[in-house]
Design a protein around this ligand. Structure first.
Ligand code: SAM
Length: 244
C-alpha cells in the first residue's frame, strides 16, 4: 500500500525511528483510510504517496517539535480521521492519547483503527465539542500535551485547547505557512488563557511546503470562565476590542 521505506527515511530525518511494527501499522492505517473514505468523508488526500507526507509525516512533526517524555498524555482536538493523534500513537505506543471530535462517524473510524492496530489501551476517542469538554473537571488541566491540526484559527483554537493542558504542559498547533498572521491575532488571547508562545518551529517536508508548529506553554491555570460557548467564541474574539 504505502512506500514504507520512504516513510521510514522521511521521519528519520526528523530523528523519529519507526520499527517494523510501526511501519506495518501505518500501512494498515492507510489501507483502512482509503477504504472507509469511499463511504464516509474523512480526507481529501487519498493517494498513498500523499498520505505518507501530508498525513503521516506531517502529523509526526509534533514529535520533532517538542520533547514528549515516555508515557506522556495528550489530547488531539478535532482529530477528524485521526490526525495527528493516530500517527503519534503508532510512532510512540508508550503515549496515552484522547482523540476528540464533534463528528461521531469520524470517531467510529478512529475507534476501528485503534482496535485493528491493537492500540486501544493507549488511545481512545471522545465524542464532544471541545468547548463543552474543556469545562469538565475530569478533562480540564489533565493533559501533558494538546495537539491540533486544521481545526480553527489560533485564537479560537487556543480557547478550545489550552483548558485541557496542565500547568507546565504544552499545546502544539500544527499550522501551514501563514502562521505569523495567526500568532499576531492570538497573542493576547493566549495570555488571557494562561499560555505563552515559547517557539515557532518551521519544517519543510520534501516539496510539501512550509509547516509551522506553534509551541505554547501553559504557564498559569486557564480562568474558569473559559472556554466560552462556541457562539461567543466566534462573536466576541478573545483579546480583541469588542465591535458594536
Ligand atoms: N485534525 C484532522 C486533520 O488534520 O486531518 C481533521 C481536520 S478537519 C478539517 C477539522 C475537524 O475538527 C473536523 O473533524 C471537525 O468535526 C472537528 N471540529 C471542529 N470544531 C470542533 C469543535 N469545536 N470541537 C470538536 N471538534 C471540532
Amino acid at each position: 500500500m504505502i512506500d514504507k521505506v520512504l516513510l521510514k527515511n522521511e521521519v528519520e530525518r526528523l530523528d523519529i525511528m519507526l520499527d517494523d511494527t510501526a511501519l506495518e501499522r501505518f500501512d494498515t492505517f492507510a489501507e483502512m483510510l482509503i477504504d472507509w473514505n469511499s463511504r464516509i468523508n474523512l480526507t481529501a488526500i487519498t493517494d498513498p504517496f500523499e498520505i505518507v507526507y501530508k498525513h503521516f509525516a506531517d502529523s509526526m512533526l509534533a514529535l520533532a517539535a517538542v520533547n514528549v517524555p515516555q508515557g506522556a498524555s495528550f489530547i488531539d482536538v478535532g482529530t477528524g480521521g485521526g490526525f495527528p493523534g493516530l500517527p503519534l500513537l503508532i510512532a510512540r505506543p508508550d503515549l496515552h492519547g484522547v482523540m476528540l471530535d464533534s463528528t461521531l462517524k469520524k470517531l467510529m473510524f478512529v475507534d476501528h483503527v485503534l482496535n485493528r492496530l491493537e492500540l486501544n489501551s493507549n488511545g481512545r476517542t471522545l465524542h464532544m465539542r471541545a468547548e463543552e469538554a474543556g469545562i469538565k473537571v475530569q478533562l480540564r488541566n489533565r493533559f501533558d500535551f494538546c495537539f491540533s491540526r486544521a481545526v480553527a484559527n489560533l485564537r479560537e483554537l487556543s480557547e478550545y485547547c489550552l483548558p485541557f493542558v496542565k500547568v507546565g504542559g504544552t499545546f502544539v498547533a500544527l499550522k501551514s505557512a501563514k502562521a505569523q498572521e495567526e500568532i499576531d491575532g492570538a497573542k493576547e488571547a493566549i495570555k488571557i488563557l494562561g499560555g505563552e508562545i515559547t517557539e515557532v518551529k518551521q519544517f519543510f517536508l520534501s516539496d510539501m511546503g512550509e509547516r509551522n508548529l506553534i509551541i505554547i506553554k501553559k504557564v498559569s491555570p486557564t480562568p474558569p470562565k473559559y472556554p466560552r460557548a462556541s457562539a461567543k467564541i466566534a462573536k466576541e474574539p478573545l483579546g480583541l476590542p469588542k465591535t458594536k
